[in-house]
Design a protein around this ligand. Structure first.
Ligand SMILES: Nc1nc(=O)c2c([nH]1)NC[C@@H]1CN(c3ccc(C(=O)N[C@@H](CCC(=O)O)C(=O)O)cc3)C=[N+]21
Length: 286
């Protein structure tokens, strides 16, 4: 492989070590550890795998876990009561509602009901609005993890042309807001199923972030030689997890964040960082 590995697994482990020290201090001063809540509705195997990973990470750094698993047929009212409980629970520093929710539920109403100060995902409308305004707020985990992974591997971002593929709520839509901040200064094209000539946009890019959930979508002949490619899309198949970046892309890419082992672990590490930062804000607010 010519491409330099953007090793999310190792980088996330470094971040967890840094966070564990801050959690120990917080636990000593507050008398209890910060707590991460997860709300999981239904039995989607992918969601259960991600949530299990998040709670494993919590145990590693000393963050307390609060799991709220609801059946697939849970009512809007049952989900909203769970949100109200976590909003009121002093042991819960921050929490996430694992998306997507079952179709019969109003996900936006659920997100808006969360206490923005406990939004560990950075997906509450108030926090997304603050991101646009440039006001301090918890950042969406995958976009923040991507910026951190690029920064820690010295991938040039300022002035870079970034092609994002996929317009989902957790990656595609918020990442442009992050990468075009003055601190990153990148230029972002957001491609999606309505885009004409996807290959042209990919070839123009210095950095390609594939978050479409479309197996093998980005191939080596689409890429500018030396580009950085980050595989975010995950498709569960009988042969295991398949990403959006075709394996042959590594022959021409300058850097590659593989799936698994790239952005996923960084997403989880940023979730922990959002919880620790919320706990530190609470500690100074007292
Ligand atoms: N409210 C909300 N926030 C999210 O951030 C959110 C979500 N809903 N819904 C689903 C997506 C997906 N997501 C991942 C998290 C970790 C891995 C991860 O740890 N992946 C491992 C592999 C994990 C495995 O083996 O299954 C890796 O890439 O190495 C992947 C995907 C967060 N998401």
């Amino acid at each position: 492989m010519n491409a330099q590995l953007l090793d999310g697994k190792a980088t996330a482990a470094d971040i967890r070590r840094e966070l564990a020290e801050r959690v120990a201090k917080l636990t000593a001063t507050d008398g209890r550890p910060p707590g991460l809540g997860t709300v999981l509705v239904g039995d989607d195997p992918g969601s259960h795998a991600y949530v299990a990973g998040k709670h494993r990470d919590c145990a590693q750094v000393g963050i307390a876990s609060i799991r709220r698993d609801l059946p697939a047929d849970a009512s809007q009212q049952q989900v909203e009561e769970t949100i109200d409980e976590l909003n009121a629970d002093p042991a819960c520093t921050g929490y996430i509602v694992q998306l997507p929710l079952p179709r019969h539920l109003d996900a936006n109403a659920v997100l808006e009901r969360m206490d923005p100060a406990k939004d560990a995902d950075g997906l509450h409308p108030v926090n997304l609005g603050r991101l646009i305004l440039g006001v301090e707020a918890p950042l969406p985990c995958t976009p923040r993890g991507i910026v951190e992974l690029l920064r820690r591997h010295d991938v040039p971002l300022a002035g870079a042309r970034v092609c994002v593929i996929g317009r989902g709520i957790t990656v595609g839509r918020p990442i442009g807001l992050l990468l075009t901040r003055r601190s990153e200064n990148a230029t972002v094209t957001l491609c999606h199923t309505g885009t004409k000539g996807l290959a042209w946009h990919v070839r123009e890019a210095d950095i390609v972030i594939a978050a479409a959930g479309s197996p093998g979508l980005v191939t080596k002949d689409m890429l500018r030689p030396g580009a950085a490619v980050l595989d975010v899309g995950i498709t569960r198949t009988d042969q295991g997890l398949v990403g959006d970046i075709h394996p042959d892309a590594a022959q021409v890419a300058g850097w590659i964040a593989p799936m698994p082992g790239g952005v996923g672990p960084m997403t989880r590490a940023m979730l922990l960082a959002n919880v620790v930062e919320a706990a530190e804000r609470n500690a100074t607010a007292v």
